[in-house]
Design a protein. Structure first.
Length: 237
């Protein structure tokens, strides 16, 4: 058996209230794309005034676990037109990891690299692994032109570049924190990244920056404690 969808609509005052049930009888989780068939935009469910993840003007993308079902719903202003039956359809079924990989790739492209240069973190930390390129396609531009950081001349370019990108991501997350609906919509439109992906990236930034802070503090203390006898050593050279 394959993934199946049942959708119904109840019209009230020119607005269709759509209820959807998606059933996944397969032994693996599936990513489903549900498309609106009505002549109007999708008004998705919201939490604290912000649309829930996966929704857009045309429908929703969701993950349905193996042998499970999902209940979805939205409103759609009809603008005087009649509701069609069914009001929504199953437009796509795929591997749940495919869309996630696309979202993370888009976050890397739009928000810059996730990790600092390898030399900037100690061995054995959670940030070990392939080092991302330093945002060649990022819209932030070159690090030397960044007006918001005080470290343009104090750090190597690759370290400063990571901090620039992390600053951009964190500033975006700050804009979304307690944002109004228009503010959140504008901020998300600028980066075109799902909120859950942005949250994951910023969480990784927080951990990486903590590691950097601890190592930088330790190295600074060690550097301050040194006293190289330069004059005496110069005579031995």
């Amino acid at each position: 058996m394959s993934v199946a969808l049942v959708a119904d609509a109840e019209v009230r005052a020119g607005v269709a209230l759509v209820t959807i049930h998606v059933r996944n009888p397969t032994p693996v989780a599936r990513r489903v794309r549900v498309a609106n068939r009505l002549a109007g935009p999708v008004l998705p469910p919201r939490r604290n005034g912000v649309p829930e993840a996966g929704w857009d003007d045309d429908g929703v993308t969701a993950i349905v676990d193996a042998g499970d079902s999902a209940a979805l719903g939205y409103a759609c202003p009809l603008g005087g037109r009649e509701a069609v039956d069914p009001p929504a359809e199953l437009a796509e079924v795929g591997d749940p990891d495919e869309r996630r990989d696309d979202a993370v790739a888009r976050a890397r492209r739009d928000l810059g690299p996730f990790r600092p240069p390898r030399d900037a973190v100690p061995l054995g930390t959670a940030t070990d692994g392939p080092v991302d390129p330093i945002g060649e396609s990022s819209s932030t531009g070159s690090t030397a032109d960044s007006p918001s950081r005080p470290w343009n001349t104090a750090l190597p370019d690759d370290v400063a570049a990571y901090l620039d990108h992390a600053t951009r991501r964190i500033e975006l997350a700050e804009r979304l924190t307690d944002a109004s609906v228009p503010e959140a919509t504008d901020a998300l439109a600028e980066c075109d990244v799902a909120p859950d992906v942005l949250a994951e990236v910023v969480d990784e930034d927080a951990e990486t920056l903590r590691v950097l802070s601890e190592r930088a503090g330790t190295l600074a203390s060690r550097a301050e404690a040194t006293n190289v006898p330069a004059d005496a050593l110069r005579r031995l050279a």
